[in-house]
Design a protein around this ligand. Structure first.
Ligand code: NI
Length: 388
């Protein structure tokens, strides 16, 4: 098919962009070099409008089709940020910034969307407008939320949004998607247990916060195992425990714990937030201590709209021939969810083959996936808004 042929031609150029981004990873909103290069390339492609600084450091590139008989506007999104990881891939184009690494393949996503932008600006074979969205700070900063807050979707009249993420474990060139909840909501909590510290040889004169914390950690396991319907997906993990004592013979006065909650629907999320507070406060009370829970909501559930999901799967089938359209949801989270909360659309996985998992120091994006990803973005525009 023609789209794929063009991307076979463009592959060396798109690969060069990808490896350049890989060599120069930037974190969170601090993606100035990457965003500058993205904007410069989009201008060189002849995009109709290129705006920087959306959601602090996001870039939006507007491409108008040959006609605009129905006023259709779709958004195609990629993320640009890297992770604070020490790279261990050993590739010649490895990170030149120690402690920063493109370990989630956002270098590949950005390059693939740039490839699609170049092709779409060349061909304009659609009826409507494509908004290419390059967002910062997917890895914990809420860059998608900031771009939405900045009015991006209404400013350009975006009607639907589509995002893509590479996925190790799925063969290169294969796609995977599902309607409904695809990625979890990720919330975090901090628990502060206060007792009465003292000499470890006189426990009866103390309120031992380590023992109270141990009971709390065990009791929290019952949220998933005893409180939530086993057919619903949920994770409650206590991930750090910190006391204010460093000695082997001092009972600490205060213990702090931090953890994460992953849920797939709003009712479970509301329930779990309330249940954690009950368990923590009740357990502490029973053991003579005090405990407070600070619960903070993070990225919402990523929910694919069924109609748009079917469409995205059809386009993926056209591009690659292999689509799992009922892939299991993941308990990871994704801040494309903020865009999907505002507009119908879908988020799809593109196979990265048998590589290390994303966020691992040996992970690397597979450049042979580029023609599939770029083709999917471009074909989404052409099929969703066929030329009049
Ligand atoms: Ni990622």
């Amino acid at each position: 098919m023609p789209v794929k042929n063009r991307f076979a031609e463009l592959l060396p150029e798109i690969t060069a962009w990808r490896r350049d981004f890989h060599q120069h990873p930037e974190l969170l909103f601090d993606v100035h070099r990457t965003a500058g290069k993205v904007a410069g390339l989009c201008r060189s492609f002849g995009c109709d409008e290129v705006v920087e600084g959306i959601g602090r450091t996001g870039v939006v590139a507007v491409i108008k089709g040959r006609s605009d008989s129905q006023g259709r506007v779709i958004g195609l999104r990629a993320d640009m940020d890297a992770l604070p990881i020490i790279e261990q891939t050993g590739v010649p184009y490895a990170s030149q910034t120690p402690g920063k690494m493109h370990a989630c393949g956002h270098d590949g996503h950005t390059a693939m969307l740039l490839g699609a932008a170049k092709y779409l600006a060349e061909t304009r074979n659609f009826d409507g407008t494509v908004i290419c969205i390059f967002q910062p700070a997917e890895e914990g900063g809420g860059g998608g939320r900031e771009m939405v807050k900045d009015g991006m979707l209404s400013r350009w009249g975006v009607q639907e949004v589509y995002g893509m993420h590479n996925m190790p474990g799925i063969p290169v060139g294969h796609f995977a998607i599902r309607p409904g909840a695809m990625m979890a909501a990720a919330d975090q909590f901090e628990i502060v247990v206060t007792g009465k510290g003292g000499h470890a040889a006189k426990p009866h004169e103390c309120v031992d916060t380590t023992v109270v914390s141990a009971h709390i950690i065990v009791a929290l396991q019952t949220v998933a195992s005893r409180n939530v319907d086993p057919l619903k997906q949920i994770v409650v993990s206590v991930c750090t425990v910190e006391t204010d004592s460093t000695a082997h013979n001092v009972i600490p006065q205060v213990v702090k714990m931090k953890g994460t909650v992953r849920t797939m629907d709003h009712q479970v999320q509301d329930f779990v937030e309330a249940r954690i507070a009950q368990i923590v406060e009740g357990t502490a009370l029973a053991l003579g201590a005090r405990a407070e829970v600070h619960y903070q909501r993070g990225y919402p559930v990523t929910i694919n709209t069924p109609e748009n999901t079917g469409f995205a799967a059809d386009v993926a089938r056209k591009v690659s021939g292999v689509v799992d359209s009922d892939t299991p949801p993941l308990m990871g989270a994704e801040d494309f969810s903020f865009m999907l909360n505002e507009r119908p659309g879908a988020y799809i996985f593109l196979g990265n083959g048998d590589t290390a998992m994303v966020h691992h120091p040996a992970y690397n994006f597979d450049d042979t996936a580029i023609p599939f990803g770029s083709s999917w973005y471009a074909e989404m525009a052409e099929s969703r808004m066929p030329a009049a």
